[in-house]
Design a protein around this ligand. Sequence first.
Ligand code: FAD
Length: 404
Amino acid sequence: MLSKPVDVLVIGAGIAGASIANQYHRLGVSVCVVDGASGPGQATSAHDGAITHPALGRTASRLHRLALSAYRMVELDCDGAWDHRGVFALAKMGTDLDEKVLQNKLTQLGITSDIGEYISSENAQQRFGIERAGVWFPGAGSINLAGLCKERILSCKGLQTIWSSTIEHLELKGDLWRAFDKNGSCIAKAQTVVLANAFGAQDLLTSFAQKLYLKPVRGQLSIFRIDQQADLLDCIPKINLSGDGYCTPPVWDPETQSHRWLVGSTYDENQNSTQPSAASDAHNRQLALGLLKPQTIDPAKLTVADQFVGVRCVSKDRLPIMGAISGMPNLYVATALGSRGLLWSTLASALIPALSHSSDFALERLARFGLDSESLALLSPARFLAGALASNSKPIFPLGSKAR
Ligand SMILES: Cc1cc2nc3c(=O)[nH]c(=O)nc-3n(C[C@H](O)[C@H](O)[C@H](O)COP(=O)(O)OP(=O)(O)OC[C@H]3O[C@@H](n4cnc5c(N)ncnc54)[C@H](O)[C@@H]3O)c2cc1C
């Protein structure tokens, strides 16, 4: 329990909460992070192989532009934190294999040469040992998400933390929010509360008649064991690969005297079991085969050393939810990061402090990346207000108005 009220209480210490708390701390406001787990990054953010790179979607939609701006933020924020730098995004079979077509697509999508570079299959064979055309994103990479959560919280001197405490409900009294645990004890008071607790955000908002329409999407990553001398090891490029699924480079494990090769993942809608399954490993073996094409490997040689299973929190329209809760003073949410935890948590860490404190630092950071209020309104929880999805009405976005 906190002895004094804080400026900001962040509920949830996954990648969303850790990134947001870190940014508030930089602003110089007093912050407390509370989580039901015994430390940071223990739920869906508990894996050590998250990748991020710009999507090679079909059109330069507003969402694509938003994601690209967020990606530029990630490049900057994660510099020095990547485990393996660079991602090679394999071109889809068909027209994308044509250099001109792919180059045009990159231009259309605003992917400039400093972000992504077309690589022909011959060039890829020479550089990466895989005969496939694609786009090399040198500033992208793979990262230990759980490690990043720890780093973002534990590096903040003076940031307060409360572990193993689940917030059961919130109450606003005067201008202070009070957060209560299951015993009815008030464990923290704060001027501003940020719900960065994935599905838990819905539980806390239900009493305020707010609905976020979240659904679970289970995902399993398989870590295959590759013996040192196996021919298989020669077939695997030593870079992050993304296509149908993704894989990170094999990593030597001195304990087992073998390499660990992470491949994934499944996308099991409306499932929330965190038990590993053999069927998911079989699915990931097929993804591995697809990623290594045109080389052929024997999937039976991919023995499972380990697995990671998590449940992605996904919104009705698959976009993340971040912004102010309408009608609730100084209450914000950052959830539904889906499969793009690193990307959207980085954006949320710039957006939420900008909304709550209108600080020049946070606002300037958003503007620098070309983020305008109209695009960011796409992500506002207000879009779920009755009828908002069915009509053309624009969601409410209170950027610029000092909410405190
Ligand atoms: C198999 C798989 C592969 C993935 N690969 C990638 C990838 O390559 N790249 C990428 O960017 N993303 C990836 N993701 C997505 C990414 O992992 C998630 O988007 C991200 O971890 C979600 O972070 P979060 O902070 O929103 O939620 P979480 O990490 O789940 O954190 C929420 C926290 O809130 C706490 N909490 C909940 N309710 C309460 C409460 N009432 N009181 C106190 N604490 C509470 C929980 O204990 C938890 O610690 C992947 C996901 C899966 C499952």
